[in-house]
Design a protein around this ligand. Structure first.
Ligand SMILES: [Zn+2]
Length: 309
């Protein structure tokens, strides 16, 4: 199996630490602890010897920049014997802003650099981003409206209303993504939200009470009017941008007659292997692009092409 991006097997989330407040407090002040910065929905990067690296703080650097105390933290886990803590640096801090400027720090979306980063770091960044997105959108209890506080290393947001006290857990939205084939061609489409000229496999969110297979059948029929058979699970890709889990499938079309719903997608075509390899299609002027290399859509397409090699 191809290892999905942002899921390094070298990481242990060490869930057993989350209930141990004393241990977590010690980790935060420990010298070797690594801090993964989250900055207004983005991350920090630096070019070192012409390579892009993620900026990860050690304790001394962090306390120098935040002499009045650090912000919200989340215990992310352990890798190679080191503890990793996510830290939200989004609140205004002149010292930090100056440091970012003086050190030529790049503030950008993880997805831009994810595929070229160290696997462990990229995985911690993705986890941290998903967690802080959840924290920042769950400051108040959804049941009673009182404020929530972060507990259990950040993995539980607990309501402060004594009469309620509800615990809230991080949510992940499942989405199916599927490569539809008919004989020796595959169906790719594009949404108006996609980068220019990019064509990808069809995808959609799973609705309550729906199986993955039903979600797949529904989405494909809604978007291109095609019925499918032989649905086969491929693998999954966490996509915490901000909160999805992509579940990849292969499926076969019953026939190749498409009826595109232009409210759902902008365009779709059947592509032969040669067209996929040459990135040229008779109905697309100037060629097309495949999805980014860290996406499950790309792995579905590449896996399908390799079957014929
Ligand atoms: Zn509540």
């Amino acid at each position: 199996m191809i290892q999905p991006f942002y899921t390094s097997s070298a990481i242990n989330r060490q869930g057993d630490y989350r209930n141990n407040e004393k241990l977590l407090k010690n980790i935060i002040i420990e010298k070797n602890t690594k801090f993964i910065p989250y900055y207004k929905g983005k991350n920090l990067f630096k070019e070192i010897n012409k390579a892009i690296k993620a900026v990860i703080f050690n304790n001394d650097q962090l306390y120098e920049l935040f002499s009045n105390g650090i912000g919200n933290t989340i215990f992310l886990g352990v890798a190679n014997g080191l503890n990793y803590i996510g830290i939200d640096l989004s609140s205004t801090n002149q010292k930090l802003d100056l440091w970012l400027k003086d050190n030529g720090i790049i503030i950008d979306d993880l997805r831009k650099y994810g595929p070229i980063l160290d696997d462990i770091e990229a995985s911690f960044l993705a986890l941290s981003n998903g967690m802080f997105f959840w924290h920042n959108t769950n400051k108040f209890c959804g049941s009673c409206g009182f404020q929530n506080i972060s507990t259990e290393g950040g993995f539980v947001m607990k309501c402060t209303n004594k009469k309620c006290g509800k615990s809230h857990f991080p949510r992940t939205d499942p989405a199916i993504i599927t490569l539809i084939s008919f004989k020796n061609k595959v169906l790719l489409g594009r949404s108006p939200r996609f980068p220019d000229a990019m064509y990808s496999t069809l995808a959609g969110f799973v609705e309550p009470g729906e199986s993955l297979e039903q979600a797949l059948e529904r989405e494909v029929f809604e978007e291109v009017g095609i019925k499918v058979k032989n649905i086969k699970y491929f693998n999954s890709q966490p996509w915490p941008f901000p909160a999805s889990l992509m579940l990849g499938f292969f499926a076969e079309a019953i026939n190749d007659q498409m009826t595109i719903d232009y409210n759902e997608i902008e365009d779709a075509h059947w592509f032969s292997i040669n067209e996929l390899k040459s990135l040229q299609h008779p109905s697309i002027n100037g060629g097309f692009k495949l999805p980014r290399v860290d996406s499950i859509a790309r792995r579905l397409v590449d896996t399908w092409i390799n079957r014929f090699n």
